[in-house]
Every structure is written in structure tokens, then in C-alpha cells.
Write a protein that binds this ligand. Structure first.
Ligand code: ATP
Length: 291
């Protein structure tokens, strides 16, 4: 399977929500889609999930536009925090029903997960707690085994042990049945270890798309004297800087190789790699956050 976005734009009425988005996801990997509130994550995922159409440009799945495309829709599961208040069916009835239109759905596996997440099969979905309804979405996404599975912040209602269970199941599933999994989140520090690749949206634009390992090696924090820091941040992208008394600290984004690290240490600088969460915060900072 592959997902390709080319010069994709999307607006709600007159409001531009996504601008000039270009990327290709073509391997069965776990992709983390990060962005601050309102960055456009749900809008982008709903286009992949056949819920919406781009205003211009293209979103193609295996070369075809997903919108109202029945064949493609069977290959994609888009899970989000749905309002289930009108739902009158039990968990069991709903899971059984999914077998009809989800060709890869594994009912036995769904039952296994129901036990693990401690859901009551006979209970109406609408009567479950918020966290258990989120767990239901997680179960549907995992057991659907669709070649493209999208979780749009479904785990937000779940408590920490339940989220942990989800992450573990996700990794096991990915090993057994590799697929394109896209997870949107702002729980970056909790989920970063899951990601093979990371996409960051900022104000409707794709800021970056990189392998997680590469991304981590690009974020470096230097602490020390102004002179030494200035020398080492020349020609680098400075994403954050601050002064604490006589000590300066900068966060750089870009190649910072072993030799440069060694030289920086020799000049008395502390050199630290930064976490994806820190990098995310620095890269998606708005101008007013710096004031
Ligand atoms: N149904 C809608 N009608 C009009 N504007 C909308 C609608 N849904 C979203 N938007 C706007 O689109 C922009 C992007 O929203 P979107 O939900 O895609 O962002 P997000 O990154 O998923 O945010 P969050 O992390 O808060 O869920 C926002 O400015 C939002 O106000």
C-alpha cells in the first residue's frame, strides 16, 4: 500500500486548514503525526480516511483517490473519538457486525482484546465509560487488520495502564501483521518509542517528515559560554535559545556530527541530544510563545 499527498490543500469555507502538503508513506511502518491543537491533523487524516476531499491537489492511496471509493475504503480504518451516545447495540453485536464489511477483521482477536481491556461484551457501547469507549475504538482498529490503520487520538480517554496495554498490543500486531499505522498525538513523550517515522504539522503545513532515529540525531542542545555557542551554531538552524545568567543554551536542528560534538565538548560546552517531545515543542512554537 502507499499513500501519496501531492500539493494538497484543504479549506473549511474560507479558512485554509492544510496548505501545500506533500509526502509519501509507502512502507508498513508506524507513523507518528504530531501537531499542536488545530494544526490540521484530523483534517489530514479524514482525507486519507475517505471522509473528506482535498480542496485542491491530490491524496492517492495506491494511485486512487480514496473519497467515496468503496474498494479503497475497505483498505483503510480510521478510528477517532466518535460520539456513541445514539448507539443502541451491545459491544458484541457491533464487533460481530464489523466482520461483514471489514474483510480482514479477526473476531477472535477482538474478543481477546475485549478481555484484556475488560470491556463488558453485553453492555451497550453508549453505556460504557469514556475510557472504555476509547478502548473499543482501539480494539476495532487493531482487530480490523486493514492495510492502513489510522488512530486519531483515540486513546485520549484511556487511563495510563490502558494506554500502555494499547501500545504493547500495537507493537505486537505490527510484528504479526505489518501495515501502515498512523497515530496522531500530542502525547509525544509517552508514544515516541512507537514511531518509525514522524510527520509534524504546523499551522496547516508539513514541517517535516523524517525517520524517528534521524530526527533525534538532529536535535542537539548546547550549554555554555556565548562565544563557544556562537561558534558552533553558525550556519545551523537555531530553534530555541535562552540565557541563564552568564550561561547560554541553544537548541539546534540539523546535522551535528561526532567531530562537531567532540570539538564542542573540548570548548567546554555541554552537548545533549534532545527528546522528540522537546524538539516538537521547539519546532512548533508560535511567535507569541517566545514573547
Ligand atoms: N467542521 C469544521 N468546520 C470548520 N472548521 C473546522 C472544522 N473542523 C476543523 N476545523 C478547523 O480546521 C483547523 C484544523 O483542525 P483539525 O481538527 O484538523 O486540527 P487538529 O490538529 O486535529 O487539532 P486537535 O489536536 O485540537 O484535535 C482548525 O482551525 C479548526 O478550527
Amino acid at each position: 500500500m502507499n499513500i501519496t499527498a501531492t500539493n494538497l490543500h484543504f479549506s473549511y469555507g474560507g479558512d485554509v486548514v492544510l496548505q501545500d502538503i506533500n509526502f509519501e508513506l509507502n512502507e508498513p511502518k508506524i507513523y507518528g503525526l504530531l501537531g499542536r491543537n488545530g494544526a490540521g491533523k484530523t483534517s489530514l487524516l479524514s482525507i486519507i480516511g475517505s471522509f473528506r476531499e482535498p480542496s485542491s491537489g491530490k491524496m492517492l492511496i495506491n494511485g486512487e483517490a480514496p473519497f467515496e471509493n468503496a474498494e479503497i475504503m475497505q483498505q483503510v480504518a480510521f478510528l477517532y473519538n466518535k460520539d456513541n451516545s445514539g448507539e443502541t447495540d451491545s459491544v458484541k453485536t457491533l464487533l460481530k457486525g464489523l466482520q461483514i464489511y471489514r474483510p480482514y477483521f479477526d473476531y477472535e482477536y477482538a474478543l481477546e482484546l475485549v478481555k484484556k481491556f475488560k470491556l463488558d461484551l453485553k453492555e451497550n457501547l453508549s453505556n460504557l465509560s469514556t475510557g472504555k469507549q476509547s478502548a473499543f475504538n482501539v480494539i476495532v482498529g487493531l482487530a480490523s487488520r486493514t492495510p492502513i490503520t489510522i488512530f486519531d487520538e483515540v486513546y485520549l480517554g484511556m487511563d495510563a495502564p490502558a494506554r500502555d496495554l494499547f501500545y504493547k498490543e500495537l507493537l505486537k500486531e505490527q510484528e504479526r501483521h505489518p501495515r501502515i499505522m498512523i497515530l496522531s498525538t500530542h502525547l509525544v513523550s509517552e508514544m515516541d518509542y512507537l514511531f518509525d517515522e514522524v510527520l509534524i504539522l504546523k499551522e496547516g503545513r508539513l514541517l517535516l517528515h523524517e525517520a524517528y532515529e534521524d530526527l533525534l540525531s538532529r536535535g542537539v542542545n548546547l550549554i555554555g559560554s556565548k562565544e563557544a555557542i556562537d561558534a558552533f551554531s553558525k550556519n545551523k538552524e537555531i530553534v530555541h535559545h535562552e540565557q541563564l545568567g552568564d550561561t547560554f543554551s541553544v537548541t539546534l536542528y540539523g546535522e551535528f556530527n561526532d567531530m562537531e560534538r567532540q570539538q564542542a565538548r573540548e570548548r567546554g560546552l555541554q552537548v545533549r541530544n534532545i527528546s522528540l517531545q522537546d524538539l516538537f515543542i521547539q519546532l512548533t512554537k508560535e511567535d507569541e510563545d517566545n514573547e
